[in-house]
Write a protein that binds this ligand. Structure first.
Ligand code: PMP
Length: 364
């Protein structure tokens, strides 16, 4: 649409136009109920139907088995950095963290308050551009879980396959905040998956937790009620007032992703967009550079730098003039970053790629 920009923000990020328009049409009067979703009681039949459909559509999308509970919580993925150890282990238990970027590092640091975590691999010395070789990992056999960040939003490093937790519990935990529902995932490989919604599936304010039910009920005594998975499971995410409108928006997105043909189709589209962008970077004779090892480059967050780094500010400014916004890299790494989540249309990436070629021709 004429008056919209192509928004390459890392999150909150763009939402599908169709979803926004549907929400707009229902804002004032949701399906003849005479009220909007923001005004509804979370215990009323209208909202009950909304949250139940959101859950069942998410289950269909990710093929989530009944042995897993789906929770719609608050506090962002950051709250899960604490909730995971509080629910899965005692204060003395060892747990393993693979740190492939700054989000994995934050998760590890928070876990230090609630258990005894160890970093068994860190990509920091190589500026977070790699994923480890799984066979070479030295996992602690006594660890209660192994934690990964499936996609590092800032560094653009993505697990393409997942390690197995070689410990007494076999529990793998993943922060999927920035690649949630961007491709199919075998949920049964994981004990817990968590994700803030605001990149691929909705607005900020709701965090989705998928947890294997046999892991419920072991929270540490001091665990706040709001962080106890069992409480939320028993109450179908309605122990207290949930982020109702955010859950509604996620529901619209899930419905939309199913209409597109599900996550196999979504992955194809995402792969195509990412390849387009990486090909231009790699084919630029070094004018553009992406530091991440090719085999683990993220399909969601594409970081790149300019060989002539003094042109970076101009790149961002000129792109904004052409309605491509939020291309500045994270303050901790500099350069540029194009986040191309599910809702970024192919046309947006095509336009960016054309702009990049043009910019290079002007400045090479
Ligand atoms: N994990 C990852 C991978 C993220 O990208 C983010 C947010 N950018 C977070 C955790 C923190 O999420 P929140 O801001 O929802 O707490």
């Amino acid at each position: 649409q004429e008056d919209r920009v192509f928004n390459f923000a890392a999150g909150p990020a763009n939402l599908p136009e169709k979803v926004l328009l549907k929400a707009q049409s229902e804002l004032y009067n949701w399906r003849g109920s005479g009220m909007g979703v923001m005004e509804m009681s979370h215990r009323g039949k209208e909202f009950k139907s909304i949250i139940e459909k959101a859950e069942s559509d998410l289950r269909a999308l990710l093929n989530i088995p009944q042995e897993y509970s789906v929770l719609f919580l608050q506090g962002g993925a950051t709250t899960q950095f604490a909730a995971v150890p509080l629910n899965l282990c005692t204060p003395n238990d060892p747990v393993d963290y693979i740190v492939t970027g700054s989000w994995g590092d934050k998760a590890f640091k928070e876990a230090q308050k609630f258990c005894n975590p160890q970093v068994i691999w860190s990509g920091k010395a190589e500026k977070y551009t790699k994923i480890p070789n799984f066979d070479a990992l030295e996992q602690n056999p006594d660890a209660k879980y192994l934690h990964i960040c499936a996609n590092e939003t800032i560094h653009g490093v993505e697990f393409k396959e997942y390690p197995s937790a070689k410990n007494s519990t076999g529990i793998l935990v993943a922060d999927m905040s920035s690649n949630f529902c961007s491709k199919p995932v075998d949920v049964t490989r994981f004990g817990v998956i968590y994700a803030g919604a605001q990149k691929n599936v909705g607005p900020s304010g709701v965090t989705i937790v998928i947890v294997r039910k046999d892991l419920l009920g072991n929270a540490q005594d001091k665990t706040p009620v709001m962080l106890d998975y069992k409480i939320h499971d028993e109450n179908n995410s309605l122990y207290n007032t949930p982020p109702c409108y955010c859950i509604y928006m996620c529901g619209l997105v899930f419905e939309y992703l199913l209409e597109l043909g599900g996550l196999n189709e979504v992955e194809k589209m995402n792969r195509k967009k990412a390849e387009l962008l990486y090909n231009v970077i790699d084919g630029s004779n070094g004018f553009y550079k992406c530091p991440v090892e090719k085999s683990v480059r993220s399909f969601m967050n594409v970081p790149f730098t300019l060989e002539k780094s003094d042109l970076e500010a101009e790149f961002v400014k000129e792109a904004a003039k052409e309605k491509m916004v939020q291309l500045k890299g994270h303050r901790s790494v500099g350069g540029m970053r194009a986040s191309i989540y599910n809702a970024m249309p192919l046309a947006g990436v095509e336009k960016l790629v054309a702009f990049m070629k043009d910019f290079q021709a002007k400045h090479a």
